[in-house]
Design a protein around this ligand. Structure first.
Ligand code: UDP
Ligand code: MG
Length: 316
């Protein structure tokens, strides 16, 4: 039997682009259904992430116009990752497979055919991977690629150039639901669940309308979140660095002692100042990194709900 597919789409202040892309998603659903790859009960599920513009009104209108559109609304803006998670958790009990994709038309919806094919031939997770970044600005390209490299160097397992366009089966989502952490970095967490996975390559286009919500500031925050919620390597680095600095200090002390004993001492204001500055700098960096983890522990022990659905376009 053909699987039921839910396309999960996070939307934050997307009134400009939603009317353009929503019909495209529906058309894709129709094509896949006509080709017999997915079941007629498949749906397009929008997740409104506390938008301040007309996004939720548009989603409600879409849902009223065609039963294939569904919408849920988060009670406030919680960020892209939480919105995707809300949609996936909502979908997992009513479908066999989900595909998460942004609503701005940047990710090629035609890659969905290949994703479903991969699922039908046994993959439980299929990553959408961009094979070029020609449409991104040179700056975005450089920062984004640096982002993946730093993540990999820090020991967070991520698929290179894969964002949040991916197929996940309901079976994997049932397991994923057991990951209770609140610091979400989905593209690093999904590989942790395991199961057979594969990749599908596509060209990334330009945003069809509206503006990006991921300026450099948010990308940096996402990178730091990704590293500190997936890897304890920075903690190990502190230890290594600490040992190195301790060794240097030992050599320094030896040198000072020998200088003292051989009577070559000068009033060393400069060197003392340098050492004090250096050591306090190092300490501050280390404290900062420790703080990152303590902040995470603090958030985790609260066990707050990771998303709250306030409305649905259907009755429960
Ligand atoms: N998004 C969201 N909540 C946010 C920010 C963004 O749900 O707080 C959604 C947004 O509507 C879009 C997707 O996440 O569907 C990716 O955002 P965007 O296209 O702005 O990022 P970029 O592609 O520029 O990295
Ligand atoms: Mg985008």
């Amino acid at each position: 039997m053909a699987p039921i597919l839910y396309i999960v789409i996070p939307c934050y202040n997307e009134e400009a682009v939603l009317p353009i892309t929503a019909p495209q998603f529906l058309e894709k659903l129709r094509q896949l259904t006509a080709a017999g790859k997915i079941a007629e009960e498949s749906r397009v599920l929008f997740v409104n992430d506390g938008s301040r513009d007309r996004t939720w009104e548009i989603i409600s209108e879409l849902a009223a116009s065609d039963e294939h559109y569904l919408g849920i609304s988060q009670s406030r803006n919680r960020g892209h990752q939480n919105a995707v998670l809300a949609g996936l958790m909502e979908a997992k009990d009513c479908c066999d497979i989900t595909i998460s994709i942004d609503c701005d038309g940047q990710d090629d919806i035609n890659a969905m055919d290949a994703m479903v094919d991969e699922y039908l031939s046994g993959s439980e997770v299929v990553y959408g991977v961009r094979d070029n970044r020609d449409t991104d600005t040179a700056f975005k390209r450089a920062t984004a690629q640096g982002f993946y490299k730093v993540l990999a160097a820090m020991g967070a397992e991520v698929v290179y150039n894969h964002a949040d366009y991916r197929l996940i089966s309901a079976r994997v989502l049932q397991e994923f639901a057991k990951f209770e952490e609140v610091n979400l970095f989905l593209r690093g967490m999904v590989p942790l669940v395991g199961f057979k996975s594969s990749s599908v390559y596509y060209k990334r286009a330009e945003r069809l309308a509206g503006e990006s919500h991921y300026p450099l500031r948010k990308m940096l925050a996402l990178a730091i979140d990704g590293i500190t919620s997936l890897s304890v390597k920075p903690l190990h680095l502190i230890t290594t660095f600490g040992v190195f600095v301790a060794f240097l200090s030992f050599v320094g002390v030896l040198w000072a002692l020998i200088a003292q004993l051989t009577g070559h001492t000068v009033a060393g204001w400069a060197s003392t100042t340098c050492i004090v500055c250096f050591v306090s700098g190092v300490q501050l960096i280390c404290l900062g990194i420790l703080g990152e983890y303590i902040g995470k522990i603090y958030m985790e022990v609260k066990r707050r709900p990771r998303y709250i659905i306030s409305e649905r376009t259907w009755e429960e």
